[in-house]
Design a protein around this ligand. Structure first.
Ligand code: SF4
Length: 356
């Protein structure tokens, strides 16, 4: 048994962590003022996979358009997706909208106050439910988001691979032990802030850390090994061709994607089906006659499970281009709806190719 394995992690962390938080934590995040279950919930969902600095502007715009859960529940799915466009991981927005409808229909628009009930709503796992309960209602509940996981795994020198039971189980036990009965709202923000600003993935600033004295990773120089990298399989590659059709007014043809799957429910450049030529696809699926133009340079985009190479194919529409299908629509370049980030990149990168 190594010295590290014989050592024990700190018994408590709330005291020094809260003192550090008072001076160095984040106290001016928009969802803290005012702090309601609705605002905390939207922020927590946006913060899954996305950093605070990116989320703030999206959050503010979202609150302006959907100031309360009733407005969100009653909104058109298009409007919700448009306000999520660019944030990525669009299942989050679909789940958010579905959960808002459930809270209104089943709970009279009031958020459940228990972790168990919250976890029955779409898109809310144990850590998100804990963060809502602790931050919105001040009720004791542990969290274990990515930041808290990194801090606790390092404090206790848990070197197992994240995602495995050998990693997750002891971490939840420690998260429960460390979560205090007082100042639960501040503690929840504090552990997230420490992970985001001091106990960072690369080059943690241990000498500035309020938990340095008792941290096993710092004691045994294990910070670079914790959390252990996940064993990644090689990501498969997919290639698609998207049609960039412009009419005689310079408008771009967009297609609404099916509700599930990548970019579900968002407007996007039409994706050519592999079994049809460009001309046949445009005629039969999009209802337009075209002259194929240049094949533009591709755009690469990495998803969690695969890499997508997007080949934009420019086409010029011949004759009238009246679209009869409600999932297709012409948009002026300056009035585009929210597009998936890679599609916006296609249009930005190649804008010279569409100039009238
Ligand atoms: S001492 Fe270093 S590794 Fe340990 S919790 Fe603090 S920042 Fe993280």
């Amino acid at each position: 048994m190594s010295a590290c394995e014989r050592d024990t992690p700190p018994a408590h962390i709330a005291g020094p962590l809260l003192r550090w938080f008072d001076d160095h934590g984040r106290h001016d995040l928009p969802w803290q003022h005012p702090r309601s279950a609705y605002r905390v919930w939207v922020a927590e969902i946006m913060l899954q996979q996305t950093q605070v600095v990116t989320v703030v502007d999206y959050f503010n715009a979202f609150m302006t358009r959907f100031p309360d859960i009733q407005t969100l529940a009653a909104a058109d799915n298009d409007a919700v997706m448009a306000h999520w466009a660019g944030l990525g991981y669009y299942a989050r927005a679909r789940n958010l909208h579905a959960a808002a409808k459930r809270v209104v229909a089943e709970h009279g628009g009031r958020f459940p106050t228990s972790v168990e009930q919250l976890m029955r709503l779409p898109g809310i796992g144990r850590s998100t439910a804990g963060a809502i309960v602790a931050q919105a209602f001040g009720i004791w509940a542990p969290i274990l988001d990515g930041n808290a996981k990194r801090v606790i795994a390092r404090l206790a020198a848990v070197t197992e691979t994240p995602g495995t039971a050998a990693f997750e189980k002891p971490l939840w036990r420690l998260a429960e032990r460390y979560t205090p009965n007082r100042r639960i709202t501040d503690y929840t923000q504090a552990i997230m802030d420490l992970g985001a600003t001091v106990c960072t993935r690369a080059r943690p600033q241990c000498t500035r850390c309020p938990l340095h004295k008792d941290c096993l990773a710092a004691r045994y120089d294990l910070q670079p090994r914790i959390p252990a990298p996940r064993k990644r399989k090689a990501r498969p590659q997919r290639e698609v061709t998207v049609i960039v059709a412009s009419d005689d007014q310079g408008r771009i043809l967009l297609e609404k994607r099916p509700p599930s799957g990548i970019w579900g429910g968002l407007w996007s450049l039409p994706e050519q089906e592999a079994d049809l030529s460009i001309v046949a696809f445009c005629r039969h699926r999009l209802g337009i006659e075209i002259e194929p133009g240049a094949r533009l340079s591709p755009i690469a985009h990495a998803f969690t499970h695969f890499e997508l190479l997007i080949h934009p194919q420019k086409v010029q529409v011949i004759g009238s281009a009246r679209i009869m299908d409600s999932s297709l629509q012409w948009y002026a370049r300056d009035r585009l709806p929210g597009l998936p980030a890679p599609m916006a990149r296609v249009l930005d990168t190649h804008q010279h190719a569409f100039a009238l």
